[in-house]
Design a protein around this ligand. Structure first.
Ligand SMILES: [Zn+2]
Length: 123
């Protein structure tokens, strides 16, 4: 009896069917009636990788692949939101800078450095 470690909750890639030959000369697949086997395909370091999926694991592996895709989509959405927030923040900063330029210099509160220099000059 084969025991296997529990499947990860998330897996990259997609489960596909492939027609295979087992290699036995006497088998029907050698006469052009291939078996159907399931494999998970994914990319790792730019290379396409492939792993056999047992019939009993097909649904669980498919679910793990779907969970991974959903997770990646959530990440992309979060990234889009962060980029949009940064843009809004930057345009708000621009608005503040433009507004500061419109305020006449004399109405601005004295800067700490100016006050400090003023104190120094008195002595
Ligand atoms: Zn066969």
């Amino acid at each position: 009896m084969k025991t296997s470690k529990p499947l990860p909750k998330m897996l990259p890639g997609v489960v596909c069917k492939q027609r295979v030959q087992c290699g036995k000369q006497s088998c029907r697949c050698a006469r052009g009636d291939p078996h159907i086997a399931h494999y998970r395909f994914w990319r790792e370091g730019g290379r396409l990788r492939k792993q056999y999926v047992r019939a009993a694991d097909i649904e669980a592996v498919r679910a793990a692949c779907a969970a991974r895709r959903a997770d990646e989509e959530n990440y992309r959405e979060l990234k889009r939101e962060m980029i949009a927030s940064t843009r809004r923040f930057n345009s708000l900063l621009d608005l503040i800078r433009e507004h500061e330029l419109l305020i006449p210099r004399r109405t601005q509160a004295p800067k700490f450095f100016d006050m400090y220099q003023h104190e120094q000059n008195k002595n």
